[in-house]
Design a binder for this molecule. Structure first.
Ligand code: SF4
Length: 53
């Protein structure tokens, strides 16, 4: 899979991760939150994440 140079990511556990470099391979991702009122970086999630089983 080729990297998308516009989306940096270090989550190697995700099946969409490039593997060789810290980039995502998707054309776009969706970012969301698991909080009602997000106030910190920890409140944000990549909702395109899929665990690399
Ligand atoms: S889908 Fe999200 S978590 Fe997975 S590699 Fe792309 S940016 Fe990273």
């Amino acid at each position: 899979m080729s990297k998308n140079a516009c989306i940096q990511c270090s989550i190697k556990e995700c099946k969409h991760h490039c593997g060789t470099e810290d980039y995502c391979t998707l054309n776009q991702i969706k970012v969301g939150t698991h909080e009602n009122h997000p106030t910190k970086i920890e409140c944000t999630d990549c909702e395109s994440f899929v665990f690399r089983a």
